[in-house]
Unconditional design. Structure first.
Length: 247
């Protein structure tokens, strides 16, 4: 399966006139999208920022776009310099299937108890061992993460899970959403989520939510790098504008 990284590398390489290797702020699973992503690469080529953007985009497919470019200090690293990341997970909660939104949202035709899910989500906020929400094959050195945001909004027939943390484990957001859905469907009480967290055992949590509903929406960096701020409401009421990176 073709992935985004080699396409971006080839496009930037065409502008640089040499092979380019990029490192991204975070990898996404196949089927996951992004409205914001940051990558860095090394080059000796001297080009205006506008040339990197416009030049790369002429070599990219229409569903991938470079939106800005900046020169950064040598110690900058798109992955390791990041201080926080944010995702949104979208669910169409209605009886008819998603139709035109196929591949862009998750779908749940049973009515969900949003208040119960919000109550359950509180237990996950803060610094915890998230082993129960860690996907198999995760290469992170430890399972401790600091979850700073986990809220659920209702927008135009969609449920929007907004999740922010200093970093994430493999499948962590999708596993959190899948676990909260067990509560929303009425199969589990809200207090069950706290017991899942305490168990530190992936087998205790819910199913992994499908990839197509997940969007990387923000990556934060120290102000010393002067990078453009991510659009915090990138999906607000315009989730299906077509501006995305399709993993």
């Amino acid at each position: 399966m073709t992935t985004i990284q080699p396409l971006v590398e080839a496009a930037l390489g065409a502008v640089a006139a040499h092979a380019v290797s990029v490192q991204c702020a975070g990898r996404t699973d196949s089927g996951v999208h992004a409205t914001y992503q940051v990558a860095h690469f090394d080059t000796d080529a001297s080009r205006p920022a506008r040339a990197w953007v416009l030049g790369a985009n002429t070599h990219l497919p229409v569903n991938i776009a470079v939106t800005w470019a900046r020169a950064v200090p040598a110690h900058f690293n798109a992955r390791y310099s990041a201080t926080a990341r944010a995702y949104q997970y979208l669910i169409a909660n209605r009886h008819p299937r998603a139709g035109l939104w196929h591949g862009r949202v998750g779908w749940e035709y049973h009515p969900l108890d949003v208040d119960a899910m919000r109550q359950a989500a509180v237990a996950l906020l803060g610094r915890h061992d998230f082993s129960s929400f860690r996907g198999q094959g995760c290469q992170s050195r430890h399972p401790v993460r600091h979850l700073t945001q986990l809220d659920i909004a209702e927008q135009r027939g969609l449920l929007v899970f907004r999740v922010g943390a200093n970093a994430f484990l493999l499948h962590m957001v999708r596993n959190i959403v899948g676990t909260l859905l067990e509560v929303g469907r009425g199969r589990r009480e809200p207090a069950w989520v706290a017991s899942v967290l305490a168990a530190r055992d992936r087998r205790c949590a819910g199913m992994t939510a499908p990839a197509q509903g997940l969007y990387l929406t923000a990556v934060d960096y120290p102000t010393e790098f002067a990078l453009p701020a991510p659009p915090r409401d990138a999906l607000h009421l315009t989730a299906f504008s077509g501006v995305s990176y399709d993993g």
